[in-house]
Design a protein around this ligand. Structure first.
Ligand code: ZN
Length: 388
């Protein structure tokens, strides 16, 4: 057998599965404490189904590496030994976040382990399309210098299709095609980098903020129209990482005739429901404002109804400018879904508006990156301790 032949041995498989179990337990403990819960080791063990000994070992390592911190003793009344309470340590690690989804500006921030922003900086572009990987690296380096805490990794949100390796397959907004963004930034900064789609990141942030179910959809109405999907608590990425790319699906509608789209087809969803298309209709007939907004809500409802019913989704979040995505638009959308989906065996999905919070994509991308980054903390911590 040559040295280069790789055969997975039982020992290698065992250590891989042990590492997987450890990573899963670290993430389960983090989720149980996210964002500001305080729990004892015994309660954590009960919640995630891990023995007392195992929970003791994992939480010790998580405290040693500053993912968790102790917050004092259990304050419950009664006799018996009081337990030490644990919480997420937000004072130590920082992540660098770069948001590429804002027009004319490259937004950078430092975030703690629960996705709260502590520092913010930006690079303004004269041209909305002039975004380069070198600017991202320069902005990240600026934030790295500003940070008084160690950096765990870098998260980047991209308006476009991003594959599992962080390659931007296509971003029309940024003018990028097949750009290995994650690798480029990682090589330059020598830090773990996780790049992902902005709408998926926004959906993850909404999901963490609200008590909604694990089956939901977020539709972003902006320069185009795009969606993110949560099914059984997991972001759906699709066979070609284009799940949620609904803007250029052609729509059959009785209300309006489709116009020609920038992609070359006629009657794409974007030609009915994007910011630009709604505003063009409003400008042409301002006296028909209510009718135009209602019609746009209906068309989106008709487009989504089959998917929402097929997947049995519970919550539909609409992210858009408040003057367009207001009560008229949302009521029309809800009515179409009510009519299409009401039945004895299904709860009708609830439509609601996303709040306009600028840090949401970075917070969400942080949360999506943490299951990958947290298991690497042990190595980072070792490197930092050795260098001191
Ligand atoms: Zn199109």
């Amino acid at each position: 057998m040559t040295k280069s032949t790789r055969i997975s041995t039982p020992d290698a498989e065992l250590s891989k599965s042990t590492a997987d179990i450890r990573a899963r337990n670290v993430w389960s403990i983090f989720r149980a404490l996210f964002p500001r819960n305080c729990l004892s080791r015994a309660e954590l063990g009960r919640r995630i189904g891990v023995s007392r000994m195992a929970i003791g070992e994992i939480t010790k390592e998580m405290c040693d590496t500053r993912i968790l911190t102790t917050t004092g003793l259990d304050a419950r009344p009664g006799r018996g030994k009081r337990s030490t309470m644990l919480a997420i340590d937000t004072s130590y690690w920082r992540l660098i976040g770069i948001d590429l989804s804002q027009p004319y500006v490259l937004v950078g921030a430092l975030l703690d382990l629960v996705g709260n922003v502590s520092e913010r900086t930006e690079i303004v572009h004269d041209d909305s399309y002039d975004s380069r990987a070198s600017d991202i690296i320069a902005l990240a380096r600026r934030l790295q210098k500003q940070s008084t805490s160690p950096i765990l990794g870098v998260v980047i949100t991209v308006p476009g299709i991003v594959d599992a390796s962080g390659t931007v397959l296509l971003s029309i907004r940024l003018g990028w095609k097949n750009l290995p963004l994650q690798t480029i930034v990682q090589d330059a900064l020598q830090l773990p980098v996780l790049a992902g789609n902005t709408i998926n990141a926004t959906l993850a942030a909404e999901h963490s903020n609200r008590a909604f179910t694990d089956n939901s959809m977020l539709v972003k109405i902006g320069m185009g129209v795009g969606a993110g999907l949560y099914i059984n608590g997991e972001i759906v990425r699709g066979d070609s990482f284009a799940a949620g790319e609904i803007g250029h699906i052609t729509v059959q509608t009785s209300q309006a005739n489709g116009s020609e789209c920038g992609c070359g087809k006629t009657g794409c969803l974007e030609t009915f429901v994007s910011d630009k298309s709604i505003r063009a209709r409003l400008a042409a007939a301002p006296e028909r404002r209510t009718e135009i907004l209602s019609e746009a809500g209906q068309i989106l409802g008709q487009t989504l109804a089959m998917t929402v019913g097929l997947l049995d989704l519970r919550n539909i979040y609409i992210d858009g400018q408040p003057d367009l995505v207001g009560n008229t638009f949302l009521d029309a959308l809800q009515q179409v879904l009510d009519h299409a989906l009401t039945s004895e065996y299904r709860r009708v999905p609830e439509v609601c508006r996303c709040q306009q919070l600028p840090d949401r994509p970075l917070k969400g991308q942080t949360l999506l990156a943490l299951p990958t980054l947290l298991p690497t903390v042990r190595t980072h911590f070792q490197v930092l301790s050795n260098s001191q």
